[in-house]
Design a protein around this ligand. Structure first.
Ligand SMILES: [Zn+2]
Length: 442
């Protein structure tokens, strides 16, 4: 090769191990990832990269595994400020007696601003590069995520009852339409529609949500079949399971993300598969609130796309997606009665490419392939709790600790360098979080 075949690029990342997610199930060694602007220009062996590229900057990660950034597809980010406020309670008691009253009292624009920052700091530290949010003041969340350079699907809340963000469905839909108009087409922010759940939203606002989704292309995300109680009450009141009601209203489709789905019978399975809707599995929230367990392997066997989310920090109580993956893999095996259910590589795919599919962005996100956007992370495997290394994929799912994440880039921009956040002022954030704690306590 001669000098004129050498290409200039921005960043070269030398990885001891690389899990590209596409092709599925492989671990490569001594690879280089070349970044040019916001995209991945190439993924190739380090010896080939020596001949082919000259880069402005080289990052040597010789004890690390590099993989796509994780996608946390469900959460209520600002609820981080309620972490540990009310535990050991069933869902409806937790919501009615603790969370909803606290939200009525404290949730405001500054609360959402600080709570979102706190959540983003935790997510970036533990390998998440894209998150989904469903909470009040989504215009604040969108701006804060955009300013920090984090990718986010921001779902505006929709429900029958008045809240701090609006008087009812008409106002939520009006404000939500403005949010979609403001952010549609943005590189980082994906505005979306967040009907809270079948039991909190009546038919007309759900139909209006479907119309808005069809008109704008925005996704719909809703909590669905979170508990047996939800399904039983709906059947008692209307004779219909919530999935059937959602299907009849047109809510289920390729652009819809159903969160939880712990209760699934054969008819639900058929309607979900037929609709092309995506499932967001939140195992730790389901375990903590004793909601039930989603049959992940069975859904996947039916060709349904299953993704993962942490849910809010108040019902988890952390946003470490690697921890969530471990729980998901363990729970999937028990639920399926099969130790081969949800393998380590399937779990990693669930937290990356499957998330990108649910967002409709699998051409751009979710795997390390030339031409895709440069959202990637590195995990340092040199700590005693990750030694020795036989299979990095196994370690990431079964032995990892999100805090071993050392580096991340989003849109080609460094977000985490040797464990340090580059764009969030953590000491300042901790002062504000301390002030919120004082206020909420008193
Ligand atoms: Zn939730």
């Amino acid at each position: 090769m001669t000098a004129d075949t050498i290409t200039a690029a921005d960043i070269r990342i030398n990885a001891r191990w690389l899990i590209p997610v596409e092709p599925f199930g492989i671990v490569l060694e001594h690879q280089a990832v070349i970044l040019q602007g916001c995209r991945i220009a190439d993924v190739l062996s380090q010896s080939e990269a020596d001949l082919k590229y000259r880069t402005r900057e080289t990052v040597n990660l010789d004890r690390h595994v590099v993989l796509p950034g994780l996608i946390n597809l469900h959460g209520h980010t600002a609820m981080s400020l309620f972490r540990g406020l009310a535990d050991d309670l069933p869902l409806m008691t937790w919501l009615n007696d603790h969370i909803w009253p606290a939200e009525g009292k404290f949730v405001s624009e500054p609360f959402v601003l600080d709570g979102t920052r706190l959540a983003m700091a935790e997510m970036l530290r533990t390998g998440t590069t894209t998150f989904s949010d469903m909470y009040f003041f989504p215009e604040v969340t969108a701006q804060v995520a955009h300013d920090a350079g984090m990718r986010a699907q921001v779902c505006f809340p929709l429900m029958d009852m008045p809240t701090v963000w609006g008087s009812g469905p008409d106002e939520y839909l009006r404000k939500g339409a403005a949010l979609i108009e403001q952010w549609q087409g943005d590189d980082y922010i994906m505005p979306a529609i967040g009907p809270h759940a079948p039991y909190t939203v009546s038919d007309q606002p759900l139909k209006d949500a479907v119309n808005l989704a069809e008109k704008t292309g925005a996704a719909i995300q809703l909590h669905l079949h979170e508990t047996a109680f939800e399904v039983d009450e709906a059947v008692k009141a209307s004779g219909k399971r919530p999935v059937t009601r959602m299907a009849e209203l047109g809510v289920l489709g390729r652009n819809t993300q159903c969160v939880h789905m712990t209760q699934i019978d054969d008819s639900d399975m058929e309607q979900l598969a037929h609709s092309g809707a995506h499932i967001v599995h939140c195992p730790e929230s389901n375990l903590k609130l004793a909601s039930g367990l989603c049959p992940v392997q069975k859904l996947m066997d039916h060709g349904i796309n299953v993704t993962i989310g942490t849910d809010g920090a108040a019902s988890n109580n952390d946003l470490d997606l690697f921890g969530e993956l471990k729980t998901a893999a363990m729970v999937a095996k028990v639920v399926a009665g099969d130790a081969s259910a949800l393998s380590a590589h399937r779990a990693l795919e669930m937290a990356t490419l499957n998330g990108a599919r649910a967002l409709g962005r699998e051409q751009e996100l979710g795997s390390l392939v030339a031409g895709k956007l440069a959202d990637l992370i590195a995990v340092d495997l040199s700590d005693p709790f990750l030694q020795p290394v036989y299979d990095p994929a196994s370690h990431l799912v079964y032995s990892n600790h999100g805090r071993a994440v050392s580096h991340s880039w989003i849109h080609g921009v460094p977000q985490l360098q040797d464990g340090r956040l580059t764009r969030i002022d953590v000491p300042d954030l901790m002062l504000r979080v301390g002030e919120w704690r004082q206020q909420i306590l008193s």
